[in-house]
Design a binder for this molecule. Structure first.
Ligand code: GRF
Length: 206
């Protein structure tokens, strides 16, 4: 039997998407194991989730590395040592350079709380409210060298309500993120995602 997919998650903060992936894997909803959490922040709350779930957590503190490249090399080392087949960014607050993205090409996913290509980058909920759109949502995409520009795997729409604040909108979108990310990882783990240029083709299940 082929080995189950080994997933590494990179998170800098709260870690609720990390938790959603861990729970989905533990419940058998995705045929994969989350084997390591890597964070760049020693104080990231995601570390507590890893501890509680008995998932290995590694802090690769950018302060302890002389350059961005050196920091990324250290992260690659941690992930490769654990033979990770898929890397999921989940609120990882660092821009990744070409060599990192190239190293994990086709096996690096990110989740973003807007319907990309609308509102990429920082403060997507604020951008959404300021622009006045009536529908927003969440996007899981493969990562390329741009900011939130890679081929889109899955999207789900969420209405923007009249009285929404950044807090209420992000809470409503987050609930959708927690379903969407495990579903994207499930499809990846089943080998059903095929990148064709900018488009991601989802193969029928056999
Ligand atoms: C999520 O909204 C995710 O889409 C974005 O950063 C946030 C991370 O939240 N990339 P959490 O740390 O997973 O709770």
């Amino acid at each position: 039997m082929p080995e189950r997919l080994r997933v590494g998650v990179l998170a800098s903060g709260r870690g609720s998407n990390f938790r959603a992936l861990v729970e989905a894997a533990a419940a058998g909803r995705i045929p994969a194991d989350v084997v390591v959490l890597v964070t760049d922040r020693p104080s990231a709350p995601a570390l507590d989730i890893a501890r509680a779930s008995r998932i290995e957590a590694v802090v690769v503190d950018a302060k302890h590395h002389p350059s961005r490249e050196a920091h990324e090399k250290a992260v690659i080392g941690v992930l490769e040592e654990r033979r990770v087949g898929l890397v999921c960014l989940a609120g990882y607050m660092r821009l990744l350079t070409g060599p990192f993205v190239g190293h994990f090409a086709g096996r690096l996913l990110n989740i973003h709380p807007s319907l990309l290509p609308a509102f990429p980058g920082l403060h997507p909920h604020r951008q959404t409210l300021e622009h006045g759109v009536k529908v927003s949502g969440a996007t899981v995409h493969f990562v390329d060298e741009g900011v939130d520009t890679g081929p889109i795997v899955l999207q789900a729409a969420v209405p923007v309500l009249q009285n929404d604040t950044e807090a209420t909108l992000s809470e409503r979108i987050l609930a959708v993120e927690h379903r969407l990310y495990p579903e994207a990882v499930r499809l990846f783990a089943l080998g059903r995602l095929e990148i064709r240029g900018r488009r991601v083709h989802i193969r029928e299940s056999t």
